[in-house]
Design a binder for this molecule. Structure first.
Ligand code: LLP
Length: 415
């Protein structure tokens, strides 16, 4: 089943017309397709059958409990970067024993929570973090399973803000230092060396950076073996890109086959941390045209979603396809699609040809990853509702925030 498809000019999510969702649930609303989520996960995993593996969905891409729960039911593990994400995974029915914990700034409390929960592995990003995990584990009388996240110094050829595998990034430990750090880790009484981890960036549309990074990681694994340190798993990170407009990322089968080929003959478990690839094209943002405003040089379509709802265009100049969701008799015009936030950077799309009138609805496509998860309340705007379509059913998986929600934690000073 195609998640989102046009039938006679009307856009559907599975069997539900988006116009019905907009009318029933108001806008802005994130709309996800269960079939698309399921298909993405099962297709990703299909290529890995026969090899010991764990697919850890990167929670940051979309931390919705309903979505985490769907993936958990399909057998997913999870890649987390905070104690909050760990709590979400557990609340969603995820198995802590399938959780890897990445990120450069793990606090004492987060390390403690992860040890108490019994996670699969810490992806350690510095020597000081390693020492801290040792301390916390010793205090709790636990053994901490670790991988070191190594920085293979590979150019992922993606946007600089989401490239993480280069020397000048804050992530991981330098390749040259890895052996010494593993030796230190192996000597620590409450640390158990399990794996090697790397993640080189996001929205990567070529295969070669992944394979170059893996070659370097395998070189390290062999070097460690000669020093008596054996590696049980290799975590190749996330980063597989999706099609927003005309990108052609490697498809899952090609990607997983290429990785498995490099691992042939090795008795290691392989971990993946895909985020965007599993959810990006399984969701869209539904918004209403509030005003059409002709300008001197540009026409503006002012919609009720804004940079606070979908930050990617403002932050990375990211492209999201924008379409009307129903046929119209208007003349096509070129618009700047912008939100109501008081910043010129508040745009969702430049120079889009649309056939629309005020009151019509638009779909901002490919918004399932890093959409709602990066949303804020800037301009005191309640965050959007989220619905998940399953065949003919529409489930509200997150109610729209109310304005009162936005200041319920605030207090004015005493008189
Ligand atoms: N693993 C680690 C350690 C990561 O840092 C990330 C993403 C992932 C896995 C998942 O990467 P993915 O498969 O989704 O590419 N907000 C940006 C993307 C930031 C990605 C951060 N790290 C965006 O909207 O494009």
């Amino acid at each position: 089943m195609t998640a989102f498809s046009f039938q006679d000019g009307n856009l559907y999510a599975e069997h539900v017309a988006l116009r019905d969702i907009a009318q029933r649930h108001d806008t802005p609303t994130y709309v996800y397709s269960r079939a698309a989520l399921t298909q993405a996960f099962t297709q990703f995993s299909a290529g890995l059958q026969g090899h010991d593996h764990l697919v850890c969905f990167a929670v940051k891409a979309n931390p919705s409990l309903a979505i985490l729960n769907l993936f958990a039911r399909l057998g997913a593990g999870f890649d987390i970067v905070s104690g909050g994400e760990l709590a979400r995974v557990i609340a969603a029915g995820g198995d802590p024993a399938k959780v890897v914990f990445s990120g450069v700034g793990k606090s004492h409390r987060e390390i403690e929570a992860a040890l108490e929960a019994g996670i699969f592995c810490f992806n350690v990003e510095s020597i000081n973090e390693l020492e801290r995990i040792q301390q916390v584990a010793a205090r709790l009388g636990k053994q901490a399973p670790v991988s070191l996240r190594v920085n293979p110094n590979v150019d992922a050829k993606t946007h600089p803000y989401i490239s993480t595998g280069l020397k000048n990034n804050k992530f991981g430990v330098a390749f040259e230092d890895a052996l010494a750090l593993y030796q230190r880790a192996a000597a620590l009484p409450n640390i158990e060396v399990h794996g090697v981890d790397c993640h080189i960036g996001s929205q990567i549309t070529e295969l070669s950076p992944f394979l170059d990074a893996l070659d370097r990681v395998l070189g390290l694994v062999d070097a460690l073996a000669t020093h008596g340190i054996s590696i049980q798993h290799i975590d190749v990170g996330g980063g597989v890109g999706i099609t927003y407009s005309d990108e052609t990322p490697p498809d899952f089968a090609v990607y997983t086959q290429a990785i498995l080929q490099k691992l042939a003959g090795r008795a290691v478990k392989v971990l993946f941390e895909p985020g965007r690839a599993l959810v990006g094209n399984a969701g869209l943002l539904l918004t209403k045209v509030e005003y059409l405003k002709p300008g001197e040089t540009k026409n503006f379509a002012i919609v009720d979603a804004a940079m606070n709802d979908l930050m990617r265009p403002a932050l990375y100049d990211a492209y999201h396809r924008i379409t009307a969701i129903a046929p119209s008799n208007e003349a096509p015009q070129v618009y700047e699609v912008v939100g109501p936030v008081c910043e010129s950077g508040d745009f969702l799309g430049h120079d889009r040809t649309l056939t629309i009138a005020e009151g019509d609805y638009l779909a901002i496509h490919s918004a399932g990853a890093y959409g709602m998860s990066m949303a804020s309340n800037y301009n005191t705007r309640p965050r959007a509702a989220e619905v998940l379509v399953d065949g003919e059913q529409v489930h509200v998986i997150r109610a729209r925030e109310t304005t009162a929600d936005l200041f319920k934690l605030e207090r004015v000073l005493p008189a």
